[in-house]
Each structure stands twice: as C-alpha cells, then as structure tokens.
Ligand binder design. Structure first.
Ligand SMILES: Nc1nc2c(c(=O)[nH]1)N[C@H]1C(S)=C(S)[C@@H](COP(=O)(O)OP(=O)(O)OC[C@H]3O[C@@H](n4cnc5c(=O)[nH]c(N)nc54)[C@H](O)[C@@H]3O)O[C@H]1N2
Ligand SMILES: Nc1nc2c(c(=O)[nH]1)N[C@H]1C(S)=C(S)[C@@H](COP(=O)(O)OP(=O)(O)OC[C@H]3O[C@@H](n4cnc5c(=O)[nH]c(N)nc54)[C@H](O)[C@@H]3O)O[C@H]1N2
Ligand SMILES: [Mo]
Length: 806
C-alpha cells in the first residue's frame, strides 16, 4: 500500500483519457466533471473550493482546489469553463499532493564555507541586494542577469520585467520559454508581425481536418486530446494528420501518419506546400487581400515534389500526397505545432511553413479554420507578453523608438532607461556570458536548468563557477538549487494568488487556498521586496514598482497592455471569478474576450505596429525596418518561404542513430512535483530508451535490456523499450535528473547519467534561439541483461510512454 491513497473515478493511470462523451461537428463539447479527493474525504467534508487552473501544461484546465482544515485535500474540474468543461488529466488529478511533500523548502539557505545552511529572509535578501549593488556599481547593470520561467504568474513576470529592464537596466532577462515557446512566438512574429495566438481550442469543435505537427497532444495536452477523441467518436469526425517520427497515441488514431527522419520538417512541409499549390488548393482571394510574398513561396516549393521529400524524410511519396490532399481539401483546417518542430532543426522556418499553409489556403480567423502555434508551459504566454523573456512588454518592438517611448511613458522613466540598442539577451547567450565571466550574478526563478538545458556537464561547470553569484528561487532543493549561493523558498500554485493565460489566450485567476509551508513566500513578494530594498525610482523620484499585491500588479499590467494585441483592459479579478476563463484581447469593445485573431485580416503587421521587422529564416539576421516597409507597406500577413537545410548533426558510422527526446504523460519536466506523487512516480519511475523493432532485432536486443546511449557530449543508461519509434531513431524522455537517485549527485565526468540532456549539444535555431533538443546523433550499446540489473533502478511497471488503450 502506497502513501496518500486518493479516490478518483476510474483508473486514470491505466486510462488517462477517461470516458468518452462523443459530439458532432459544430456542437458543444459535453460536460464531464473529473475529481480526485484524498481517501476518506467526501465532497460534503470539504470546507472550501478555491478557484484555479492547472499549472502542469499549457491547456489551463480550470479546477477548484478542495480545502479542509487548512490543507489541500483534492481537486475538481470546473464544468462551466470553456477550456476543459470539467475534465482533468492525470497530472491535474494527482499532482496537488506534491504541495505537501515533506521536503519542501521552508527557510532561505545561504552558502557558508562552501555549504548551504539555513538562514532567514533578511539575511538572504541582504546578501542579494549587497551583491547587486556592488556589481552594478563596479561593472554596470549588465553584470546582473535573470533566468525565469513559464510557470510563475503574470503579476510576477510583469514585476520582474519592470525591475530588471527599468530598475536595474539590464538587457539580460529571459525565461525558460526560450527552451519551450520561443519558436511559437518567433513564427507568429515572422508571419503576422506580432506574437499572439490566432486560433482557439473551440476550433476543435468545428474542424473537418486536424493536423498535428510534432505535437504529441495525447500525452502533453491531454484534455484537448479528450476533445479530439470525442469528435472522432461522434458524427462527422475530423480527419487527422500526425507528423511525428514516433508511433504516439496521436499517430495511432491518425488517418495519415507521416514519420519523417528527425530534422527534416522543412523538406516535408515544402513538399506539402508544393502539392497544395500544384493542385490549386489555394485561396487566391484571401492571398490577394491579406498577404504578401506568395510568389516567392511558389517559386521555393515548385521543385519540392513528394518524391524529392520522400528521399530526404524517408516517408513514402504516396503518403505525402495523401497528407497534402487531407490538408488541401479540408473546408475547415486546424493545425497545431509543438516541440517536434520547435526543438528540431530549422525550428522557426518549419513552424512558419505551417502558417504559410494556412495563409495560402485562407484558413484563418473562422470557426474550425485556425492555427495554434502551441505553448508548452502553463504560463509561457505571460512570460512573453509581460516581457520577462527576450522581448519588451506588450509585444512592443525594441527597434521602434515610438514603442520604447510608449513603454517609458507607462513606467514614467526616460526611454534611455530601458536597454534597447540591441535585442534583449536570450537565455542561451546569458549562460554563455556567465561562462565567460561577464555576467556575475544570475537569479534563477522557477526553472531547473541543471536538468533542462542542453549539455549538462557544461551547465554544471557554469553554475559552479567561482565568480558567479547564483540565486535560486524554488520549492525544492533541486539539482540547480544545490549550486546556489542563496536559495529562496517559494510558495506555489494553491498558496498564492495571480493570473495566467493558456495557449489559446484564455486568462484564469488562481487564488490562494492554503498557507505556504514554513517561511516560503510568493514569488511576487520576493520580487517586490527586492525592488523596495534596491529603491528603484521612476523619473520623478516615485516608486518604480508602485504596487504591493497581485491585484494591484494586475491593474498595473492592464495599463501596460492597453492598445496592444494582448489588451487586458476589459478584465478584472472580479470578472475572472465568473464561470469561465476569458480570452484576450478583452476590452471595453470586446468585454467577453476574443475567440480568434485575424478574422478581418492581420491588424498587427503594419510597420508602425509590428513587433519585429523580420529576420532571415536561414541565418536569423534581422532584415531591418527598410526591408519590412518595402515588403509589407500595408501591414498584411507575410508568406515567408525557406529552403530545407540538413541538420548539422546527422548519423554516421560511429553514431548511427538519430536521437530525439521528449515527454511522457505521467511526468512534468524535471519531476519536482510529479516525481513526489506516488501514482505518477510509479507509472514511470525511471528513464528508458525507445527503439524500433527492426533495429532491436538487427542488434539482437530485447525489451528491458539495460543499454547505454552515447553522443559526442555524454552518455546515459536506461532500459530498452521496443516498438514505438521509426527505424533509425532512439527516443529518451527528458524528465530524469538525479535528485531522487540513491547517490543523489551528478554523474562524475565520463560516467553515464540518466538525464537526456547529458547527451544533447548546445545548438540553437538561429532565428528563435531555441535549443535543438530533438536532433542529435547517437550510438547504442548493450550493457546487460538480467545479470546486469541494477537493484536501485526499478523497471517501469507500466508502459510509460504510450498507454495501451490509445
Ligand atoms: N505530460 C506532460 N505534458 C506536458 C509537459 C510535460 O512535461 N509532461 N510539458 C509541457 C510543455 S512545457 C511542453 S513544451 C509541451 C510539449 O509537448 P509536445 O511537443 O507534444 O511534447 P514532446 O514530447 O516534447 O515532443 C512532441 C513530439 O515531437 C516528436 N519529434 C521529435 N523530433 C521530431 C522531428 O524532427 N520532427 C517531428 N515532426 N516530430 C519530432 C517526438 O517524437 C514527440 O512525440 O508539453 C506540455 N505538457
Ligand atoms: N532534452 C530535452 N530537454 C528539454 C526539453 C525536451 O523536450 N528535451 N524540453 C524543454 C522545455 S519545452 C521546457 S519547458 C523545459 C522545462 O525545464 P524546467 O523549467 O527546468 O523544468 P521544471 O521541472 O518545470 O522546473 C521548474 C522549477 O520551478 C519550480 N517551481 C514550480 N512552481 C514554482 C513556483 O510557483 N515558484 C517557484 N519559485 N518555483 C516553482 C519547480 O520545483 C521546478 O524546480 O525543459 C526543456 N528541456
Ligand atoms: Mo516547454
């Protein structure tokens, strides 16, 4: 018997998607209310239900937290919400238990004589403030850098953006969204002039074809997959296209599954676009009214036949033709794009080709016709819109002096106080600057780079550098926190109040249900405390950060968002206490929010309003204002072609496999929460390596063999799972760091570890600067059969990556 038994209807580990509620095209998705309560607690025993949404993926599944005697005792989906209509997925259902883990950080820690020791808030904050002042005084603001998250709240990012950009004046502020949705943002900017999700989840209700590009939605946005499954089981089901080198649950249900060689997405897309153009499946009226650049695309894709792409992608030409017909003849086409594109070779160029498909087919801005350049993390949208990533708040253009002046006006500072003579620094560069020694203080909040960044041996050496003062703000003593000079214990979901926005622009309010453990504090309080201690001022000597709680911070953000694509001015905490989350833009004129962008053309691409003047899709070089104005004087959508360029790293004799990495349904990232929840931890307790049956047979390998995967960067050991990837490919989930291993420490140099990122190179997309976690060359060797079994490394008890009932 495990700790913390809970009550859930059905076995949602074995059957993650639960009972079907079929519905037909254009109908409303039926309600199904899922819940999970601690053993022995009945609904009538619950003292309060507190409003929130899921913080373990980007769907924003709305739910209420059950509270009894000041403790969280369960969760229940919100039936009235537009996103999930009551449903919850396994992580939503079980992961609340992690909040009360015995090993939560409850006091600040500071490094003394090389060791982290318990301390108090005044001491810890004083060390941070003293070091900040020293460094800013001696080296300037650029000595200080911030690396934040896609998992904090809007109010926290906005506060951080203001204090970093206008308080300190450092360009070095980015989020782990760089690893996650930088390409989504960049692809939207390149096509539509500005970030901002065009589509809506309701498009699933209306589509007659759904195409998933490098997106294993069944495991990563599990509730929206339930929505697709319900459409598939209803009358007039949509046709499904899956583009993924693995036989995922999505691929199993697809009408057409294209399993390209990793890294060849642009070749495939160019052939698909070529077929669409050759068959005349375009919408010339839409192209003429709303776009520029079609001729260049036509020339680019003309020679890209299905047969040509077949040779590059190793996909049958007939399947490419079949996929093109599915895409080309649908009356209402919904496409989604995620990490199989964003983290692969030519990330932005590939994602932009999906936008091109929608532009040339006129599939935008109406029910069922839309594109979702997906987010991954629950609050990545807010990192981007608040400018806590490498962008300015409110999708403002750092190269447009009028935009900077407008932002300076909102903050009541001089425009020169906001660094904008070069692009804001991206995360990969921040770590490079820390490695080189020009960044001397790195404040890391709500992210675990010692597991999630590429090339971990290098990251460990950066974090361990003598001259680098590191602050880590987290719930647990993570692999990263162990390198810190100061560790700040944070409150999290359920313990603090704030808002966040999902992948289809739906804003939810998440309210405090219980007190945080010990002295843990909300991240907002920490940033506000820092701003107050640093004494940041506006140009009139007033307080730069003039708010003192979440609702005031939200009101301040509303002013900053006014008149921008992500306009929040029609929202309030009170309004967000209604039955459903609300999609931005939400204004006086659109008080109920906006379901789709670009129903009447692309209004943010005008040269005076756009967020970017464009980049070269091959080199990433900025194209400049002059180019943009001549290319797009009237501000239409931009059709941007790109040639296929093979990945730098390609299998060879010594490293014969393509290695790709990703997720399982049961875990979230570095498992700081899901690894502490018995039901989820048991479902996928350790790393594994997936291989095709033909490759296993050729090499004489069997299921469960202990194997070693090596690349030029490092090595990893795991158990073999046979059957779910295309030949020539290995897949490794990236969730497994070392905090819960018996040794509890990083692998010594040359010793194989278990984190996928021991293997991944520091290579990023030149346009979005997103690292390529999905394209590496690897070798595989057998380490041992039963005799080689490591008693401390249990074999997964259930098939963790693809539950059988797919
Ligand atoms: N259960 C669970 N859900 C999550 C998360 C989690 O950790 N666990 N994390 C959230 C976050 S932050 C994110 S970003 C999303 C990510 O969600 P997804 O992008 O759906 O997840 P991944 O597993 O990273 O990658 C998706 C697929 O890309 C495929 N792929 C790999 N290489 C290529 C390629 O070259 N071309 C193509 N076409 N496909 C390729 C992989 O086989 C994989 O099935 O999930 C979110 N939801
Ligand atoms: N090889 C490989 N690597 C990858 C990926 C891949 O597919 N393959 N995917 C990439 C992607 S898309 C992503 S998003 C990243 C994710 O990588 P990370 O962001 O490093 O992963 P998490 O485990 O989510 O880390 C979040 C941290 O924040 C803490 N936390 C949670 N809530 C709060 C809070 O309220 N306040 C504070 N202060 N802390 C909190 C958690 O305990 C945890 O330590 O990984 C990337 N790395
Ligand atoms: Mo992500």
């Amino acid at each position: 018997m495990r700790r913390n038994p809970v009550q859930v209807s059905g076995d949602r580990i074995a059957d993650p998607w639960g009972r079907r509620t079929p519905y037909g095209q254009g109908g409303q998705w039926p309600v199904r209310t899922d819940s999970c309560l601690a053993e022995g607690v009945r609904e009538q025993d619950v003292h309060a239900w507190v409003r929130t949404a899921s913080l373990l993926h980007s769907d924003g599944d709305a739910m209420d937290i059950a509270v009894r005697d000041g403790r969280i005792v369960g969760v229940r989906g919100r039936a009235g919400d537009r996103v999930n209509r009551g449903r919850l997925e396994p992580k939503d259902l079980y992961a609340w238990q992690a909040n009360s883990s015995a090993d939560r950080l409850t006091r600040p820690l500071v490094r003394e004589g090389g060791r982290l020791v318990e301390s108090d808030w005044p001491t810890a904050m004083d060390r941070i403030v003293t070091r900040s002042r020293e460094l800013i005084g001696s080296q300037g603001p650029e000595a200080v850098a911030f690396y934040t998250s896609g998992q904090l709240f809007l109010e926290e990012y906005y506060t951080l953006a203001v204090l970093a950009r206008a308080g300190i004046g450092t360009p070095h502020l980015d989020g782990n969204t760089r690893l996650c949705t930088a390409t989504a943002a960049e692809a939207l900017k390149q096509s539509f002039g500005s970030d901002g999700q065009p589509g809506s989840y309701e498009d699933i209700d209306h589509a007659d074809a759904i195409a998933l590009f490098g997106h294993n939605i069944a495991e990563t946005q599990v509730v929206q997959w339930m929505r697709i499954l319900d459409r598939l089981d209803g009358p007039d089901p949509p046709r499904l296209l899956c583009v993924d080198p693995r036989l995922t649950p999505v691929a199993r249900r697809a009408n057409v599954h294209l399993a390209p060689r990793p890294g060849t997405n642009v070749a495939l897309l160019n052939a698909l676009l070529g077929e669409v153009v050759r068959h005349g499946w375009t919408d010339p009226g839409f192209i003429a009214r709303h776009t520029v650049g079609f001729e260049a695309l036509r020339r680019q894709v003309e020679p890209c036949t299905a047969r040509w792409a077949s040779g590059i992608c190793d996909v049958p030409a007939a399947s490419i033709e079949e996929a093109a017909e599915l895409l080309g003849t649908a009356g209402r086409l919904l496409s989604t794009v995620l990490q199989g594109f964003y983290q692969a070779n030519q990330a932005t160029a590939a994602a932009v080709q999906v936008n091109n498909l929608h532009l040339i087919r006129g599939m935008l801005g109406r029910p069922g016709a839309g594109v979702l350049q997906m987010n991954g993390q629950p609050t990545a949208e807010n990192t981007r819109e608040c400018g806590a990533d490498g962008d300015l708040p409110g999708f403002r253009n750092w190269q447009n002096e009028a935009h900077v002046a407008d932002l300076a006006h909102v903050w009541n500072v001089e425009p020169s106080a906001i660094p904008h003579d070069a692009p804001p620094t991206h995360a990969m560069k921040i770590f490079q600057l820390a490695e080189e020694g020009s960044v001397r203080m790195l404040w890391i909040s709500a992210t675990n780079p010692a597991v999630s960044l590429p090339e971990l041996a290098r990251i460990r050496s950066v974090l361990a550098r003598e001259g680098l003062f590191t602050v880590v703000q987290d719930l647990f003593l993570t692999e990263t926190a162990r390198f810190a000079d100061v560790v700040l214990p944070a409150a999290t979901w359920g313990e603090k109040t704030g808002t966040f926005t999902n992948a289809d622009r739906t804003v939810h309010l998440s309210e405090k249900a219980v007190d945080p453990p010990g002295e843990a504090r909300p991240d907002l309080d920490v940033f506000l405390d820092y701003a107050a201690r640093m004494g940041f001022e506006d140009k009139d000597g007033g307080r730069l950060v003039h708010w003192s709680g979440p609702e005031e911070a939200f009101e301040a953000w509303k002013r900053c968002s006014a008149g921008r694509p992500c306009d929040y001015t029609g929202l309030s905490y009170e309004k967000l206490r209604g039955p459903s989350g609300i999609q931005w833009p939400c204004t006086e004129h659109a008080p109920d929010g906006t379901d789709r962008l670009y129903g009447d053309g692309v209004d943010w691409a005008h040269p005076d309003r756009c967020e970017t003047y464009g980049k070269d899709l091959v080199t990433g070089e900025p194209l400049g204002e002059e180019w943009y104005r001549s290319m797009n004087p009237d501000g239409k959508a931009l059709i941007r072609p790109a040639p296929y360029i093979p990945p730098k790293e390609w299998p060879d004799e010594s490293h014969p496999f393509h290695l790709t990495t990703g997720r399982t349904l049961y875990h979230f990232h570095t498992r700081t929460k899901t690894g502490r929840v018995p039901q989820l931890a048991d479902a996928a307790p350790d790393v594994w390596v997936e291989i095709a049956a033909a490759d296993a047979a050729r090499l004489g390998l069997a299921e469960d063999d202990l194997v070693e995967v090596t690349t030029r960067r490092g090595a990893l050991r795991g158990r073999l799972r046979i059957g779910s990837v295309r030949p020539g490919v290995l897949f490794v989930p990236f969730h497994y760091g070392y905090w819960d291993t018996p040794a509890g420490s990083a692998p010594a140099p040359g010793v194989p570890g278990r984190a996928a990122n021991e293997l991944i190179a520091t290579v990023w997309d030149p346009v979005s600067k997103q690292p390529q976690f999905k394209t590496a060359a690897a070798a595989l060797t057998l380490v041992g059969r039963d005799g080689g079994r490591d008693p401390d490394r249990p074999v997964p008890s259930a098939p963790p990556s693809a539950p059988p009932s797919a």
